[in-house]
Ligand binder design. Structure first.
Ligand code: FES
Length: 75
């Protein structure tokens, strides 16, 4: 099964448990989910309003049309 879920974050977010802070992936591209591995840096020059996706080699693709009303996780 495959899902298309829009991610709008472009950076990790810290979570502190037991006094230890971990950085969780917010962009969805990390190979070490749920933790950030720095791959979010590829999203820094994404154009606003353009839907981007990344292939298995983490190469960016862009889609001219959008998917109206696609679910966006709350941030
Ligand atoms: S936030 Fe996803 S790789 Fe860093």
């Amino acid at each position: 099964m495959t899902r298309l879920v829009m991610r709008t974050r472009s950076k990790p977010y810290p979570v502190t448990i037991g006094g230890e802070t971990q950085y969780m992936c917010g962009c969805g591209l990390s190979a070490t989910q749920p933790f950030c591995d720095g791959t979010h840096k590829l999203t820094r020059d994404e154009e606003p309003g353009v839907l981007c996706w990344y292939d298995a080699d983490v190469v960016r693709k862009q889609i001219a049309d959008t998917f109206p009303n696609i679910r966006v996780p709350s941030e």
